[in-house]
Design a protein around this ligand. Sequence first.
Ligand code: G3P
Ligand code: MG
Length: 253
Amino acid sequence: MPVRHPDIALPRLVAHRGLSARAPENTLAAVRAAHEAGCTWVELDVQLLGDGTPVIWHDASVQRCSDGRDALADLDLPRARRLDAGAWFADTFVGERMATLREMLALIDELDMGLNLELKVNRGRSAPALVDGVLPTLLDSLPSERLILSSFDDAALAHARKQAGPGLLALGVLFEGIPRDWRARCETVDAFSVHTDWKRLSQRGAQAVREAGYRLLAYTVNDPAAFAHQWDWGVQSAITDDPALFAGRLPEA
Ligand code: G3P
Ligand code: MG
């Protein structure tokens, strides 16, 4: 019997790492900015600190997006919280802190937004530990209609499906280009959606994904004119750093 998925109304645009063109990526400020800009969904990355706390962060280290230098795996929450995660972006964001998953979910829910949460399994980190650290809080905090859990990591997706069971959690399979074995990889985890690099997407690939019944999202689209024909190929959502670029350029939902 085909797996039933949550009834998710995908928007045309999803703000990548929050509104990362205008605010420090993956922070509460970036999500507030996305909301103020009219976005209804955001994409964010989640990882574990060394003490097991799930936090919203993209890189393996804090060097690029804070005033620290450590690997995320070497930090506990008190040390991570002392970092400034806003000053690197602009003076107006001085004092912004690394967000825990828990406080980010509270904000997303307060703003009534949807979340595409990417399980970011950086080199040497455990996929099952990340899923086990994230899933209980996640499933408790957001309704399934406002949540996609996505990853490049097949082991993370498989573990998430095993823990969540069929139907209640939408899983998104992330690819760079759509690989030959995409269908098997999606079927294994009862995927809801395929998320691919728009620069590597072909019309044929898009059609195959759509005909198989999966939603299709493209990242990271910051050139709406070059991307425009991909709406006709069946891409439903563009994950973008700067939704304002799309003003006057969106097809009907
Ligand atoms: O979810 C799409 C996109 O976020 C994947 O790439 O490196 O920005 O996490 P990255
Ligand atoms: Mg991501």
